[in-house]
Design a protein around this ligand. Structure first.
Ligand code: TYD
Length: 227
């Protein structure tokens, strides 16, 4: 099989990490070779950068420093791990990718979507996922989920306004870069969200086989409308 690069995106608390485990299990059972990875991180250098980024002691980190560190981790990740896996015919499931930087640093931190895209393109040479699954859940729901969870890293600890900005940032970005992005209603039950995710990936794979465009409306689920 040709390798495939799939990114999972969404606000904090949208349930991506749970989905990635379910997808890994499902596609492994189908005999596929899966690489599960995450950002920031995914490589020893990337994981070291992750510790700096998420460390609660780094309260005075500049937004620019933050954006450059995420891009640096991503560059290392793409070249050292993602591209070789795709070349070897594997399915790469990546928890977050460039859309996270556009939403969190570009909009959440106010650095600008285009500016953040440019530094990322320097780092990753324009590489993009074949398919991005966006887990759509409104900030009020994720903030409610968050308050039930104690602790949290430097980014998770940002206030509600920051997370609302990130959410609206994602919506703005999806308007601009909707290519190969499928929106999944993450407010549904875990089982339904997993089924929607599997459906999107299988449709993509079928479409690629037939070399034709595909449509990812799972029966009855419908595409989430932005509002
Ligand atoms: P993580 O624990 O992986 O969060 P989650 O489980 O919600 O994905 O921590 C990653 C944090 O870093 C998360 O709050 C989002 C943030 N982030 C950015 O701000 N920019 C980025 O480019 C990436 C990849 C993550």
């Amino acid at each position: 099989m040709k390798g495939i690069f799939i990114a999972l995106e969404g606000p904090d608390g949208s349930g991506k990490s749970t989905m990635i485990k379910g997808l890994e299990e499902y596609f492994k059972n189908k005999g596929m070779d899966i690489v599960v990875t995450r950002e920031p991180g995914g490589t020893p250098i990337g994981e070291a950068i992750r510790r700096i980024l998420l460390d609660n002691r780094n309260k005075n980190m500049l937004a620019e420093t933050e954006a450059l560190l995420y891009a640096a981790s991503r560059g290392q990740h793409v070249m050292e791990k993602i591209l070789p896996a795709i070349k070897a015919g594997k399915m790469v499931l990546c928890d977050r990718f460039i859309l996270s930087s556009l939403a969190y640093q570009g909009v959440g931190r106010g650095l600008g979507i285009e500016e953040v895209r440019m530094i990322n393109d320097f780092a990753i040479k324009g590489i993009r996922p074949d398919l991005t699954l966006f887990y759509h859940v409104d900030p009020e729901t994720t903030l409610h989920r968050k308050t039930r969870k104690r602790g949290g890293d430097r980014l998770e600890k940002e206030g509600a306004d920051f997370h609302r900005k990130v959410y609206h940032g994602y919506l703005e970005i999806l308007e601009k870069y909707s290519n190969n992005v499928k929106v999944i209603d993450a407010t549904k039950s875990k089982k339904e969200v997993l089924n929607q995710s599997i459906y999107c990936i299988e449709e993509f794979l079928k479409g690629r086989k037939k070399n034709e465009t595909y449509n990812c409306h799972s029966p009855g689920s419908g595409r989430t409308k932005f509002n």
